[in-house]
Ligand binder design. Structure first.
Ligand code: ZN
Length: 224
């Protein structure tokens, strides 16, 4: 495929990823140029991610970068997000994942700074995360350590969110909108549990009830 062919084949994915970056702003999950959303291109070994260091107001569909699953740019004028290698690692290792989101949202990242998982003390957490939100390892940017830490932590875990220690949130989803939703919900429950902690001791939910809530939410809730 030529670069022009890739741009044509990825048009709708680039538009979706551009609009989902607006959701990170709308839900107050990001400041300045931090944070990113990516999406696998359906049926192709490609994904779309934002360019590095570009103002959110300038993240149009045309500005998006198309990469192969090794994180190499195949279409786009600018350097991709500095987190591209981590996204690429997740897409290579987790074929069921169609979208990845990364933020430094305040409350969730405060848990990451302490290296403390968010305990499952809210029915909304059982619904979306199926248990606690786990901590991933400390990892420096620049190689595969962040991607490997995300995959190792989330493999065999029901949570679509991981708090990478001293860093921030990575979420996965069957599509990028699901990954954005997980990032929004992660910040929401991080804030609520933080406030609950300040006022007393949050009550754990029994494991069988967590299972029941998770199963119901994943199979029955919403429009089918
Ligand atoms: Zn980061």
């Amino acid at each position: 495929m030529t670069s022009a062919d890739v741009v044509a084949a990825t048009e709708s994915t680039r538009a979706l990823v551009a609009s989902l970056h607006g959701d990170l702003i709308r839900w107050q999950l990001v400041v300045w140029t931090a944070g990113n959303v990516s999406s696998r291109v359906p049926g192709k070994d490609l994904f779309v991610i934002k360019p590095s260091g570009v103002d959110y107001a300038d993240l149009t569909a045309e500005a998006m970068i198309v990469c192969d699953l090794d994180g190499k740019v195949v279409a786009g004028d600018r350097a991709p997000s500095s987190d591209t290698a981590a996204h690429a690692y997740v897409y290579r290792a987790m074929p069921h994942v169609g979208g990845v989101v990364h933020t430094h949202s305040t409350y969730a990242t405060a848990w990451a700074a302490r290296g403390e998982p968010i305990p499952c003390v809210l029915t909304a957490m059982a619904d979306e995360f199926g248990g606690e939100i786990p901590i991933g390892p400390f990892a420096l940017i620049g190689n595969d350590d962040i991607g490997a830490g995300i995959v190792k932590t989330l493999s065999g875990h029901r949570s679509p969110a991981v708090l990478m220690q001293n860093h921030g949130v990575f979420t996965i989803g069957r599509d990028p909108r699901a990954a954005v939703k997980a990032a929004v919900m992660c910040e929401d429950v991080a804030r609520t549990v933080h406030i609950a902690r300040q006022l007393g001791t949050p009550l754990p939910i029994d494991a069988p009830d967590v299972d029941r809530l998770f199963d119901r939410y994943q199979t029955v809730y919403g429009q089918r």
